[in-house]
Design a protein around this ligand. Structure first.
Ligand code: AMP
Ligand code: ZN
Length: 433
């Protein structure tokens, strides 16, 4: 579709990308050595020995535990007085970690986010509402400054308070939103309760991300709101949003290789996987001044989408995140990712907006119970119809995840939901011990 770039670097040749990466990698290594952590970790490593992006394998990996151990300032390359912003990861798994930014880091980040938004067709004339939480979470200010950089009227609505969100959406004829997918599903229900069809709002684009979601959820959001929805991937350790983003082709997310080196490693052996295979995404920042990170293990599982993208951008694409190495469920020896469950559920028309996976133990046996919200119009069905639906869902799930879960149908809006990222799995196995 559009080959109009926000930044000329989007169309660099692969050779140009490689030499830019090599040059920036060397700078990054030299800069990183000014931090307490990397002065030790990179001791004896000469940046002149790095002659291609692949030479990155000569460098050690960095983990979330390293960030925790050297919290709060052990990764800074400059005095803390030179920093102008702090964010933290959402800490859904373990204690939080802090990321600090210089003024230049913030400018680069805003450029990246603006680039992503421009790529999917957002223009200065658009009215933009950010429905993601502000504060320490990067989805607030990170997206916010990108939208302002682009020149959009930017409404920092924040998370929650759906009534007010709807009023702003209507009063200002908002055309673009940034919203967490689970909240987009919930908000649609609230909008309908006010007597409005979400598709009648003047929205045309939704930027969705920050949490794992399936293609099925994207399509539901597109249908419900009458928008094009684009997947936005990022993590605070790599700035926040703006790391990888879908283009209008919607076939994977371009990861901006002028700003990051991407690797896909086997999480067990830590060796690169063959091209196009799934593994753990590992990234290195190439422009960050205040807090560069080298070969950071994201724990996110994805693969490089093979081939070139018809949109003309040369930066490689990653597939939507399939799960995290730490959210894999092991049940009866079978490995299961919550997104496998979501994919099945959201293909079933009777299924509503929300679901929950409960892991239980009775005696020595583990079970999975999947609690599924059913759309109002189906919940009035007779018992037999509901039983049939329950069995249909259980059968479809078994085909995908190879074990038989118990399926429990629940009423629309009866499952707990978070204001931020959805928590899909409740593990009761320890509690019952
Ligand atoms: P945080 O740094 O707290 O914002 O969390 C970042 C994490 O959120 C990533 O490492 C991913 O696990 C998850 N995440 C962010 N964006 C996406 C996305 N588009 N799809 C799936 N997971 C995502
Ligand atoms: Zn593309």
């Amino acid at each position: 579709m559009s080959t109009e770039f926000f930044h000329s670097q989007e169309g660099l040749s692969r050779d140009e990308i490689a030499s830019l990466q090599t040059e920036r990698l060397r700078q990054t290594v030299e800069r990183a050595k000014n931090s307490t952590f990397y002065s030790q970790r990179l001791e004896g490593i000469d940046s002149d020995a790095l002659n291609s992006p692949e030479d990155i394998r000569l460098l050690p990996l960095t983990s979330k535990d390293d960030l925790r151990e050297y919290y709060p300032l052990g990764f800074l390359t400059q005095p803390v007085q030179n920093m102008v912003r702090l964010h933290a990861s959402s800490g859904t798994t373990g204690s939080p970690t802090a990321i600090l930014y210089t003024e230049q880091d913030l400018a680069n980040w805003a450029d990246l986010v603006a680039r992503c938004m421009y790529m999917v067709g957002v223009r200065p004339e658009d009215i933009f509402q950010n429905l993601s939480g502000y504060g320490l979470f990067t989805g607030g200010l990170g997206i916010h400054y990108g939208a302002e950089r682009l020149g959009c009227l930017t409404i920092p609505a924040g998370a929650g308070n759906s009534k007010r969100q709807i009023k702003l959406l209507q009063d200002f004829r908002v055309s673009v939103v940034h919203i967490i997918p689970s909240y987009a599903m919930h908000l649609a229900t609230v909008i309908r309760e006010t007597g409005i069809d979400p598709a009648d709002l003047p929205l045309r684009i939704a930027l969705i991300g920050a949490e794992p979601h399936t293609e099925q959820i994207r399509q539901r959001i597109e249908a419900i709101y009458g928008v094009s929805a684009y997947n936005s991937y990022g993590l605070s350790e790599m700035n926040g949003p703006g790391v990888a983003f879908e283009c209008p082709e919607q076939q994977g997310m371009h990861l901006w290789e002028d700003s990051y080196i991407l690797e896909i490693l086997d999480p067990e052996t830590l060796e690169p996987v063959p091209d196009g295979e799934y593994g753990e995404l590992v990234m290195t920042t190439l422009t960050r001044e205040g807090m560069p990170l080298i070969r950071y293990r994201t724990k996110d599982l994805t693969r490089v989408v093979p081939g070139t993208c018809p949109c003309g951008r040369t930066h490689r694409r990653i597939e939507r995140i399939a799960g995290r190495t730490d959210d894999m469920i092991i049940l009866k020896g079978v490995n299961i990712y919550p997104m496998q469950v979501e994919k099945i559920l959201m293909d079933i028309p009777e299924v509503g907006e929300n679901y929950q996976i409960v892991l239980e133990r009775s005696g020595y046996i583990d079970h999975m119970r999947v609690r599924v919200e059913i759309k109002d119009e189906y919940f009035v069905e007779d018992m037999r119809a509901l039983k049939g639906l329950e069995q249909k869902i259980a059968r479809s799930l078994r085909e995908e995840i190879l074990i038989s879960p118990k399926v429990e149908l629940v009423e629309h809006r009866s499952l707990p939901r978070n204001e931020g990222k959805a928590e899909r799995v409740v593990d009761m196995r320890q509690a019952e011990n």
